[in-house]
Structures are given as structure tokens and as C-alpha cells.
Design a protein around this ligand. Structure first.
Ligand SMILES: C[S@@+](CC[C@H](N)C(=O)[O-])C[C@H]1O[C@@H](n2cnc3c(N)ncnc32)[C@H](O)[C@@H]1O
Length: 234
């Protein structure tokens, strides 16, 4: 096994993220697809405070801020302290409260003290882990959802720029990506449809959609999987 993979399999979170967040401001708004997922499934809840929403790899807190602003009980976890400082500031600016936890989601069950959530969100976090760790984290996500709870995930797709660039450390996983939006963003796994189907095989109501965006006047195409799935009721 490649030594970078061996290291990151022991410790899932890549410390490059601390350097990134210590040196750059991050986007403050969640992606449209996440807003649609929350709106469709939770806007009609009679008491939004009773709906618990967890984001794994929340970064500077855009999605946690949005969930708190909409009145949900929001929790965010990230390995980067600097990212969570940015998230705290974003929440404080609007007088919002959310629970922010610093840690590696390879220990998700311990970090949340075994609690279960109504919704767990992933916006570009899972993809920053090796495939076998993505499998382990997805299993923990499943365990930390209430029956009927929903998982939402945005992950870079196998045919996006960055795949086949840099160093391939395992099949479909690259480091030192030389170009495109994931340049300088540590390790990234570019998921195939088959891998996503396997990851979500224990869930029900699985929807695997695809979002294709062009950049630089259609010279570059970036493809994301947009997935949602439910933990069965029993
Ligand atoms: C691409 S950024 C996305 C941040 C945020 N979700 C957003 O949409 O703005 C990926 C984030 O996932 C976090 N992350 C990746 N793997 C992690 C792990 N194993 N444990 C904790 N955080 C992780 C990184 O620290 C980083 O903040």
C-alpha cells in the first residue's frame, strides 16, 4: 500500500486542510442542491428546533450557518480548528448558535457521543478521504441517523478535472493534483457510480443525481454526484 494512503487510513483527516483554512477565507453560502434537499424534506417540520442536522466536514460553516438560520438544531464537525473559528464568526455575525466539534470523522460515533441525527450532510468532505475510509465513515453516518433519517452528499465524480492528474495513490484517489478546482486540496477520491451505489446499498429511497458545471467558457467541466438516501424505518 502507498505510504500516503497508509498514513491517511490511520488518520482520516488530512492536515493540509488546516493550512488551507488558516490562509484563506471560504465561501459563506451553501450550494443550491443542499438548500433544495433541506427545503423539500424539512421546511414543513412543525418544530424546526426538534430537527437535528449534522454536517460532516463543515469547513468554515456555510451549511451549518444556513441550517441554524432556518431554525434547525445544527451541528458541524471538522478536523480544522481554523475552519471552525471561521464558522463561529459566521454564526456570531447573525447571532446564531450551533454546536461545532473539532475532530476526525473517522471517530464520528465518539465525537457525537452516540447521538443520532435527523439529517447528516456531506458537501465535499467524504471525497477528501480514501475509499476504504469513505466506506467506514458512511457506515458510521448510517449508524448515527435516526430510523427514517436522511443522508445528503455531494461528491466529485470520476470524470472531473483532477482525476488522472497528480499522483494516483489508490484507484481513483489522487494527491498533488496539478490543475482544476481541486489543485492544492490534498487527497481526493473521484467516485464512480458503482462505488456510490455500493456506499448507499444499506439505505432506502436512494437518489443518485448528477450535476455538470462548466468553467472558463466551457473549457473545463466539473461533475458532482448529488446523492440523497434514507435510513430504513426498521
Ligand atoms: C472541500 S471542504 C468542504 C467544506 C464545507 N463542507 C463546505 O462546503 O464549505 C472539505 C472539508 O472536510 C473536512 N474533512 C475532510 N475529511 C475529514 C475528516 N476525516 N475528518 C474531519 N474533517 C474532514 C476538511 O477539513 C474540510 O474542511
Amino acid at each position: 500500500m502507498n505510504s500516503k494512503v497508509a498514513d491517511l487510513e490511520k488518520q482520516g483527516w488530512d492536515p493540509i486542510w488546516e493550512t488551507i483554512f488558516a490562509n484563506q477565507e471560504w465561501g459563506k453560502y451553501p450550494p443550491e442542491e443542499l438548500i433544495r434537499f433541506i427545503a423539500r424534506n424539512y421546511y414543513k417540520a412543525p418544530d424546526r428546533k426538534k430537527v437535528s442536522v449534522l454536517e460532516i466536514g463543515c469547513g468554515a460553516g456555510a451549511c451549518v450557518w444556513y441550517a441554524a438560520k432556518e431554525g434547525f438544531s445544527a451541528t458541524g464537525i471538522d478536523g480544522s480548528k481554523s475552519a471552525l473559528v471561521q464558522a463561529e464568526k459566521l454564526l456570531a455575525k447573525d447571532g446564531l448558535k450551533a454546536e461545532l466539534i473539532c475532530g476526525d470523522i473517522m471517530q464520528l460515533d465518539k465525537l457525537v457521543g452516540g447521538r443520532q441525527f435527523d439529517a447528516i450532510l456531506d458537501v465535499g468532505c467524504l471525497q477528501c478521504n480514501t475509499l476504504s475510509n469513505i466506506e467506514k465513515i458512511t457506515e458510521m453516518v448510517y449508524q448515527q441517523l435516526v430510523p427514517g433519517g436522511r443522508f445528503f452528499s455531494i461528491m466529485v465524480a470520476a470524470d472531473s478535472p483532477g482525476a488522472n492528474m497528480g499522483r494516483e495513490v489508490e484507484k481513483g484517489t489522487y494527491v498533488d493534483i496539478t490543475d482544476g478546482p481541486l489543485k492544492g486540496r490534498g487527497l481526493n477520491h473521484f467516485c464512480t457510480q458503482e462505488e456510490i451505489e455500493n456506499l448507499l446499498s444499506k439505505f432506502t429511497s436512494v437518489e443518485i443525481d448528477f450535476c455538470k458545471r462548466s468553467f472558463q467558457n466551457r473549457q473545463v467541466f466539473y461533475n458532482n454526484w448529488i446523492c440523497s438516501a434514507m435510513k430504513p424505518m426498521v
